[in-house]
Design a protein around this ligand. Structure first.
Ligand SMILES: Cc1cc2nc3c(=O)[nH]c(=O)nc-3n(C[C@H](O)[C@H](O)[C@H](O)COP(=O)(O)OP(=O)(O)OC[C@H]3O[C@@H](n4cnc5c(N)ncnc54)[C@H](O)[C@@H]3O)c2cc1C
Length: 384
């Protein structure tokens, strides 16, 4: 398989890299931790002007209809700079879900303003105890004469503090863990009976908890088919998981770069500590893990849009399981090699560690994806 980037892809990478270095050095995340919104709407709109927010969407809804590889190249660079703007949550996850499952009217209303950075969408699917399973939904949507009434709680809605509307999974039939009976609804932030509580996450990002207490939505708020929401939601989660893996690779590469630079600067016993072979071995292990993770994430990006469940799930879960483990290893080694300053809040390396920690868990941790991979048919056949 040829992993060589095309000229256009290389240009995209260079443009995003230069933009990130100029507009959003890693320390910017530290100062945004005390900001109520947690990112900059101006910078987000600039990213929209450059076309990056439109990359995955169909042309007829204002998108550039690029492949998931382009999207993952952008994410890798955003990861390297710890850029907090909600590309993964709003564009890849929420936008991707609406682009795939929404009606033409919903896509017309939401995708163009999403692609220019004018409005934000978020997916609200996780619940207390749902453990990364999209079918584990206890929130209910009860049909009324002209629409649905929603009751329940959604947790960890990425950048839900800033979203103008939410794509919410709720049960229209069946029992809590059944795949059939889950429907998706587009719910505006201003809906009566919806409470949005913003919260800060360990990595300096924002999320929200949503409480639906009899929130009413019209019949045309349904995204996709009634009772059939798990399939598009699972596909969107797979793409977002591949995206999180790409972003994590950027985090790992930059954590390694910072560490190698430090080993070449810090002196102890009269020499640069990078001259010690024991530390060189550690840096080499970090490099190998990062390169392996990059190859796995690249394969996941190539398979992320495949409708062949077997092919897609295996590539995405293998990448995420690997990235979660190797990402924790690389960033933990980075902290160690920075000595005492690695754990101080003033040093950027700790911000990389925290972002990696969040990405490792997002959309399923190592254990979850190993189990999901192992349960696939092809793997089970090998074992018997
Ligand atoms: C992960 C990690 C890795 C590390 N790696 C290294 C390493 O490679 N090499 C190395 O040399 N060190 C290393 N350290 C140790 C680190 O450098 C020490 O924590 C640091 O030297 C102590 O400085 P401090 O300012 O934090 O000390 P403090 O915690 O402020 O104080 C140190 C001592 O001074 C005393 N003290 C503080 N203020 C006063 C005062 N006003 N009057 C009297 N006594 C006082 C304290 O009671 C304490 O005993 C590492 C630490 C960590 C956590």
């Amino acid at each position: 398989m040829n992993f060589e980037l095309s000229t256009d892809q290389k240009l995209l990478v260079e443009t995003v890299r230069a933009f990130v270095q100029k507009e959003s050095p890693p320390g910017r995340l530290r100062s945004l931790r005390s900001d109520a919104l947690g990112f900059s709407r101006d910078l987000w709109r600039k990213m929209g002007e450059l076309g990056w927010l439109a990359l995955p969407f169909p042309e007829r809804f204002g998108g550039l209809e690029q492949s998931f590889v382009e999207v993952s190249l952008v994410l890798e660079q955003l990861g390297a700079g710890l850029v907090p703007e909600p590309y993964l949550g709003a564009i890849v996850f929420a936008g991707g879900l609406l682009a795939e499952a929404g009606t033409d009217a919903q896509r017309e209303q939401w995708l163009a303003p999403l692609a220019t950075g004018e409005s934000l969408l978020a997916v609200a699917h996780a619940e207390r105890g749902s453990r990364f399973e999209p079918s584990s939904v206890a929130t209910t949507a009860t049909a009324t004469g002209d629409g649905y009434v929603l009751r329940g709680e959604k947790h960890f809605v990425l950048w839900g503090n800033a979203a103008d509307a939410f794509i919410v999974s709720a049960r229209t039939a069946g029992a809590t863990h059944e795949a059939r009976g889950v429907s998706l609804f587009l719910v505006p932030k201003a809906a009566a009976g919806l409470r949005v509580d913003a919260l800060a996450t360990t990595d300096g990002h924002r999320a929200a908890r949503l409480t639906f207490d009899g929130a009413h939505v019209a019949r045309d708020a349904v995204v996709g088919s009634v009772d059939d929401g798990v399939r598009p939601l699972s596909l969107a989660i797979d793409r977002a998981t591949a995206g999180a893996s790409a972003e994590a690779v950027g985090v790992m590469r930059e954590a390694l770069n910072l560490t190698v630079a430090y080993l070449g600067t810090r002196e102890q016993f009269g020499v640069k500590i990078g001259t010690f072979q024991a530390l060189q071995h550690r840096a080499v292990d970090m490099f190998i893990e990062t390169e392996l993770a990059r190859s796995m994430a690249m394969l996941a990006a190539l398979r992320a849009e495949s409708k062949d469940d077997e092919e897609r799930v295996r590539a995405v879960s293998a990448a995420k399981a690997h990235v979660a483990a190797s990402g924790r290893f690389v960033t933990a080694q980075a902290i160690q090699l920075h000595g005492g300053i690695g754990i101080s809040d003033e040093h950027d390396i700790g911000l990389y560690f925290k972002r990696m920690h969040a990405l490792a868990t997002l959309f399923g941790d190592e254990e979850h994806h190993l189990a999901r991979f192992a349960a696939r048919k092809a793997f089970a056949t090998l074992e018997t």
